[in-house]
Design a protein around this ligand. Structure first.
Ligand SMILES: [Zn+2]
Length: 436
């Protein structure tokens, strides 16, 4: 990416953002510090250039030694130290690093600490050998956050930056709830949350950022199907729950295709089915697990009850029983419109093509921050032209190129400057980018 030249001066219109009681007032000095978004962003991007080589080296180091959710203490310590604060406070296995003034309003950037329980299949010398892998790109996010944070430390910024090193993004319950429950974000007077996720479906050089819902609400379901088991040679004296469970799986397929408004995105996937111990035994239990992803709150409620009713009635037809239990995951990830607009302008100035192409039934516990703070998730393009079948997120061969560290750092800084422009009263975002 190239560093932009002359940049738009921040205006003076009010952002009209929701304010929260009990917060320290933004000072006149902070307001003066936010005179021009362009000047601030230029200085930060130039400072980040100095930090990128070390961040790329750190990415290799983190990539080679991934840690699973709930066990990320070494990763968190390493990243906190790279951000210049090895003693930063812990929240479960995560850390919070504040850069800038010790009190007053701040902007937070979240990066995820955890890897996946996948055996890596990439050719690089720094591939993980420990059975876990950073196949979701969290190593890139963490390394990029060190470059962005160190740039703010070096060049300064309109507001303090809080680096949120969040544990357990990949498991339920997600680590975002640790952070919210700890009240550490309130203690840091966080006024806006920024997140960036690499995405192979977005070409490199582009960033997908848009207002409103971009990721689905997520619930996990377990369905226990039960019936009297017995000898495989005498099925007539059993009520085979394997057969019943097979019909339950098929019956559930109509809930999205026939019972959900086609204009409402929703997904129901049965991901596991476990039963039995021997080929010649009819078991008495089958356990199914799956995920339900929705955007509309009414769909979330009605599909949960429809899954329970359909599973129960289907199993009953085979003289078995089925009981569905749900674990509620994250809500819809709802991007703040003012942050999205401000970020689009800053991203354009940072040399990125801004698109609004990626809204998916993926999910991310970043969504919990959206219920508390004006929040923005941006998807950083790491796709390469002519490689439509390249491994995607959560694939053991997924490996963003090293340039992604610099890209994500620049996107984080654009988001940070945009958030400062929205949070600080009396300022506004730079002019929006021209339509493409
Ligand atoms: Zn991820």
């Amino acid at each position: 990416m190239t560093t932009p030249g002359a940049l738009t001066t921040w205006g003076s219109t009010s952002n009209g953002h929701r304010s929260r009681p009990g917060r320290a007032a933004v000072t006149a000095a902070q307001r003066r510090a936010a005179v021009t978004a362009g000047t601030v962003l230029t200085a930060l991007l130039q400072a980040a250039d100095q930090e990128v080589p070390a961040a790329v080296a750190l990415r290799r180091e983190l990539h080679a030694s991934p840690e699973l959710g709930g066990h990320e203490t070494t990763t968190a310590s390493r990243v906190a130290a790279a951000l210049g604060d090895p003693g930063a406070p812990s929240v479960t296995t995560g850390r919070i690093v504040r850069i800038g003034a010790a009190s007053g309003p701040s902007v937070a950037i979240r990066a995820e600490l955890d890897a996946l329980p996948l055996t890596e299949r990439t050719p690089v010398a720094w591939a993980s050998q420990n059975g876990a892998s950073h196949s979701c790109g969290h190593d890139v996010h963490l390394a990029a956050l060190t470059a962005a944070g160190r740039a703010v430390r070096r060049a300064g910024g309109p507001l303090p930056l809080v680096a949120v090193l969040q544990p357990r993004e990949e498991s339920q319950p997600g680590g975002a709830q640790d952070l919210i429950g700890s009240r550490q974000l309130e203690a840091q007077d966080v006024r806006a949350m920024i997140g960036v996720h690499v995405h192979p479906h977005v070409p490199r050089g582009q960033v997908s950022v848009g207002p409103g819902p971009v990721n689905a609400a997520y619930d996990e379901v377990t369905i226990n199907v039960r019936g009297p088991g017995g000898h495989a040679a005498y099925p007539h004296v059993t009520r085979d729950p394997v057969v019943a469970a097979a019909h339950v799986i098929v019956a559930l397929q109509h809930l999205i295709s026939r019972r959900t408004d086609p204009m409402h995105p929703a997904v129901l996937t049965i991901g596991t089915a476990h039963a039995g111990t021997a080929a010649n035994v009819v078991p008495d239990h089958v356990a199914l697990t799956g995920s339900l992803r929705t955007f509309e709150p009414t769909d979330r409620a009605s599909l949960r009850s429809a899954v329970s009713a359909t599973a129960g009635a289907t199993a009953e037809a085979y003289e078995c029983t089925a009981q569905a239990t749900f674990t509620q995951g994250e809500p819809v990830l709802d991007n703040d419109p003012a942050l999205a607009a401000a970020a689009a302008a800053c991203l354009a100035q940072a040399g990125f093509a801004v698109v609004d192409s990626l809204r998916s039934c993926g999910s991310d516990d970043f969504a919990f921050y959206c219920t508390r703070y004006p929040s923005l998730m941006m998807f950083a393009g790491v796709g390469q032209p002519g490689t439509p079948d390249a491994p995607g997120l959560h694939h053991p061969s997924f490996l963003p190129r090293e340039e992604a560290v610099e890209d994500v750092a620049r996107i984080m800084l654009a988001g940070y400057v945009a958030a400062c422009s929205v949070v600080l009263p009396g300022t506004s975002a730079p002019a929006p980018p021209a339509p493409r």
